[in-house]
Design a binder for this molecule. Sequence first.
Ligand code: NAD
Ligand code: GLY
Length: 358
Amino acid sequence: MITLKLDLGERAYPIHIGTELLKQDALFAPHVRGTHAVIVTNTTVAPLYAEQVAQTLQRLGKRVVTAVLPDGEAHKNWQTLNLIFDELLGAQADRKATLIALGGGVVGDMTGFAAACYMRGVPFVQVPTTLLAQVDSSVGGKTGINHPLGKNMIGAFWQPSAVLADIGTLSTLPDRELAAGMAEVIKHGAIADETFFDWIEAHIDALNGRDTAALTHAVQRSCEIKAAVVASDEREQGLRATLNFGHTFGHAIEAGLGYGEWLHGEAVGCGMVMAADLSARLGFIDEAMVPRIKAVVAAAGLPVTGPDLGEDRYIDLMRVDKKAEGGDIRFVLLNRLGQAFMTSVPDAELRATLRANV
Ligand code: NAD
Ligand code: GLY
């Protein structure tokens, strides 16, 4: 097992990465202090892993309650959040209760937000079971739900007490979800570590084949990169925004097609190809980088050509991105492989990128 630390002073927490973690009493014990432990999961993940976690918590003498939510991004809303509060209040969970988020990013984001709100804040532990959640959403404390007018628009920064990323849980993940997580792995290499990017290119077959050692390294390096960024810019005043490489184009694709048509990681994969193209067009990176990024995204099983929404529609959709300031779209671009920055871009080059990639 590998243990990293997200250094946030008195709110610092460990990120444990390995196999067979769900059965290890010692990993849960320091973070589950009260009488109640509330597992929050969904209808897909519960039959696979909830019993293992419940048994571990029972061995620690906890009163275990399990909230099983409906599965899917469409349920990341107030109604579903209320189901968590129903379980907490129904079980008379007090302010020492600990929530355990067992699932992908949807469960993790909702559980974290419930933990931030319940009795004005209780601890929670992230037990991510998708690649995307292990390399991205379980780390860093962004929690929340969707509003009909915008994705992730209602939420809070609320850091977990620990992250337990069990690589073994990825064995049951559908191929398409594994590929979606790979988009965020590639992103970490592209924005922060050229050597890691080279390693991903060289190990893409092992990663696609779910080789445990390869996946463990991908999760470890991604978490190291994300933890360092979050430690230096928890509230996204600057550097943290670079984690959104590919996301401005990606959000336009997701919103333009209707949420759920493409997975978030699929849209980000294609969005990174567009952002690389734009970086080269503006002279920030060498043109040869663009086919390289495109090739690794394609090799991960992700789309590299955007849907034809129309140039104007893409631009309109990008204006409502959270990074937009007064209608000015802000892009995360590369100034070399392994280094990203934020900028506005001229309309002509943006349109050229859209024309070349849809
Ligand atoms: P998800 O949570 O919907 O999980 C994908 C699917 O895989 C679901 O059907 C889920 O039930 C299933 N699943 C989960 N674990 C499984 C397993 N081990 N075996 C089989 N099936 C399994 O999607 P996701 O990609 O994990 O997360 C996407 C969400 O994360 C979005 O809501 C996004 O906004 C959010 N997100 C948050 C952050 C953050 O910093 N908080 C970062 C990136 C994404
Ligand atoms: N996924 C982007 C962030 O956590 O900031």
